[in-house]
Design a protein around this ligand. Structure first.
Ligand code: FE
Length: 494
């Protein structure tokens, strides 16, 4: 086993002031070839990395309450055949972004607690939602789409990131509909003779929750759509697929909208976690067979993200990042003052689901604090060996994500590439090498905020040997605030 960095939790691996600076707004839009490169960009790495995340942490000087409320800004990092790398970032010109920038003031409340200035009187009964398009960006069916789970996607031109407008997926959605920001890409769909397909879902929460599953062909056309109603309110951010099933984890939460409607709290602050109630695993066949839908209870906990799922013998395995409780958004707290020690770490668990016996067994795969997991895209929904994830520098407790962990699920071997003390990582994107024969043969692309220099780097790590020195570090001329999710496409857009 490779030696891992371990240090006593009381020795902080990061500087709080530097960590906070990563949450500064980036109002500027850039467009340039990256000329400061350490190492060498692999010739075979050609394509475009798109990333999304909140670009503004304030609206014309008024700070937002939670980073999840920030206006979406897309970064495109294009790796050209001539070895050059181009960077571009642009805000998604959502209706709300345009209105607020034009008015030079905050016009909308945010779902995660941002209130318009002026106290509750200025917020009461204002339940207009601003589509901030800030969570993920995908390229599918020749469309570049910025996704936010509470509204419709925004479409952008992949060549220059100009906003084209709201997109209804060729009539699949209607105005007012929403679709999740966490689609799964099935690399080889059994139902479509091995063609890739994109699977996504939407949730209409209420006293019961309607889950709709959508599957799209590579040309963007709808292949399958089916809806299922499950008991109880749902706050479901992500899901997982296998060749035959979609898997959802219904967290034990309730929603009391009154403080939101009355202008005291954001909607996200009205979600209450119930540690005394079980979480529920919802298993829905991709063939829409309602009789085979199963809801199985498991221990209470909270899940944002799943790592992957697969079927083996008559069982389904689901690997997820689990928290003991919802990292609750409190109305009177400042996210920049986060007390990491008081928050549960996200740890990776494996759930083994026996559909004949209706039982679920669980086992911890990784106790380190992890978030933003990623696997080789060719292994989504399949048995897999390696996972990559953002993690804390220390092996215990909660802390900012400063390292990338590679976990070998076959041998238990771990490799860690830490950017501490000055580096803060984003979601690691694994890009398989052309003609790769091994699952970990590929590059891990990470955007790293450098707190010393207050700028961001694009770092290319070797998937087979994560601990070795970075293959290349590409220095941007500025910082990009901590982002959320992104995707790679082998098409080069510039
Ligand atoms: Fe997410």
């Amino acid at each position: 086993m490779t030696s891992l960095i371990t240090s006593r939790p009381e020795e902080l691996s990061y500087d709080r002031q530097q960590w906070r600076q990563g949450y500064q707004s980036q109002p500027n839009e850039y467009d340039y070839f990256i000329d400061e490169i350490e190492g060498k960009v692999p010739e075979a790495l050609q394509g475009t990395l798109f990333r999304n995340g909140p670009g503004l942490l304030d609206v014309q000087g008024t700070p937002i309450k939670h980073p999840f409320d920030g206006d979406g800004m897309i970064s495109a990092i294009s790796f050209l055949p001539n070895g050059k790398v181009h960077f571009r970032n642009r805000f998604v010109r959502t209706e709300g972004y345009i209105q607020e920038q034009k008015a030079s003031k905050m016009i909308y409340r945010g779902v995660f607690g941002t209130q318009k200035p002026g106290g509750w009187l200025n917020n009461v009964f204002d339940v207009k939602v601003k589509n901030i398009a800030n969570t993920n960006v995908i390229y599918w069916g020749k469309k570049l789409l910025a996704l936010w789970e509470a509204a419709e996607p925004y479409r952008l031109d992949p060549n220059n990131l100009e906003t084209i407008g709201q997109d209804y997926l060729d009539g699949v959605l209607t105005p007012g509909d929403s679709i999740s920001a966490h689609p799964c890409f099935d690399p080889s769909c059994e139902l479509d003779n091995g063609q890739p397909c994109l699977v996504n879902f939407s949730i209409k929460p209420g006293l019961s929750s309607k889950i709709t599953i959508y599957e799209f062909a590579p040309d963007g056309s709808l292949l399958r759509r089916h809806s299922h109603t499950v008991p109880g309110f749902s706050f479901i951010h992500d899901f997982a697929i296998t060749p035959h099933y979609c898997l959802f984890l219904q967290n034990p939460v309730s929603f009391n909208p009154l403080p939101y409607v009355l202008g005291f709290k954001g909607a996200g602050e009205c979600v209450n976690f119930h540690p005394d109630q079980p979480s529920k695993l919802i298993v829905i066949p991709r063939t829409s067979d309602e009789k085979k839908v199963k809801i199985l209870e498991i221990d209470s906990g909270f899940i944002f993200h799943h790592v992957n799922a697969f079927e083996e013998e008559d069982n389904i395995y689901l690997d997820s990042i689990c928290y003991n409780s919802l990292p609750q958004v409190q109305p009177d707290t400042d996210y920049k003052e986060t007390d990491f020690d008081s928050l549960d770490p996200g740890q990776i668990w494996r759930f083994k689901i026996d559909l004949d016996q209706d039982t679920v067994d669980k086992e911890m795969l990784e106790s380190r604090c992890c978030e933003f997991p990623y696997v080789n895209p060719n292994n989504v929904g399949r048995k897999y060996r390696y996972l990559f994830t953002g993690t804390a520098h220390q092996d215990q407790g909660n802390a900012p994500l400063q390292a990338i962990l590679k976990l070998d699920l076959l041998t238990g071997e771990k490799q860690l590439h830490s950017f501490a003390p000055q580096g803060y990582v984003s979601e690691p994107i694994f890009v398989p090498k052309p003609n790769a024969s091994r699952e970990d043969q590929g590059w891990v692309l990470v955007m790293v905020y450098d707190g010393n220099k207050h700028r961001s780097d694009i770092v290319i790590l070797d998937g087979e040997n994560l601990e070795k020195e970075a293959i290349a570090t590409l220095h941007l001329k500025h910082h990009i605030p901590y982002g959320l999710h992104g995707n790679w496409t082998s098409e080069v857009f510039i």
